[in-house]
Design a protein around this ligand. Structure first.
Ligand code: HEM
Length: 147
């Protein structure tokens, strides 16, 4: 599950803030972010957002999710197909589910290298759009992203 930051209100106790969405009125130390499950956030964008923009954003997000999954997976399979072990940031060894496989190494290498620039471009587009909403449109969309 993912979370988004929400506005925290000052409570009477000094140095603590309360998270308004929590029924218990739970307070957290001031300075810590107040996070809420994104399921509580309205998925409806402001009516001022043109339909083509809402549609493009939806396509962009979907593609980003797919690539964030596919790029590391292709790199992982390519490494295994080349008979190289893979570790998770040097902490734990990742499962080896295939042995050396030359016919698989080339396509996964091409896929990995080919998709990385697309992922990078989409990430730049995403950041640029977020900054436009924050500093030019000022329509609350950036706030939904927690910035
Ligand atoms: C989002 C995650 C990743 C990104 C953005 C990324 C990015 C890159 C980039 C920029 C290159 C160089 C491509 C080129 O020289 O044209 C590369 C190569 C490579 N990556 Fe990844 N990578 C990611 C995840 C992984 C993972 C998880 C693995 C393996 C476990 C992996 C394995 C490799 C391999 C084997 C190469 C080829 C290295 C070589 O022969 O020079 N990558 N990756």
């Amino acid at each position: 599950m993912s979370f988004s930051r929400t506005v925290a209100h000052q409570s009477r106790s000094i140095g603590r803030v309360s998270c308004p969405y929590r029924n218990s009125g739970e307070v957290i130390p001031e300075g810590l972010a107040c996070w809420q499950p994104t399921g509580n956030r309205s998925r409806v964008l402001a009516p001022s957002i043109p339909r083509w923009q809402a549609y493009s954003a939806s396509v962009l997000h979907g593609t980003l999710y797919v690539l964030l999954f596919l790029v590391p997976l292709a790199g992982y399979v390519r490494r295994l197909a080349g008979a190289h072990p893979v570790s998770f940031f040097g902490l734990v060894d990742m499962p080896v589910f295939i042995g050396r496989d030359e016919p698989l190494r080339l396509p996964t290498d091409t896929l990995h290298r080919g998709l990385v620039p697309t992922l990078a471009l989409l990430m730049i587009a995403h950041i640029a759009a977020a900054l436009k909403h924050k500093f030019i449109d000022r329509d609350g969309v950036a706030g939904r992203m927690g910035i």
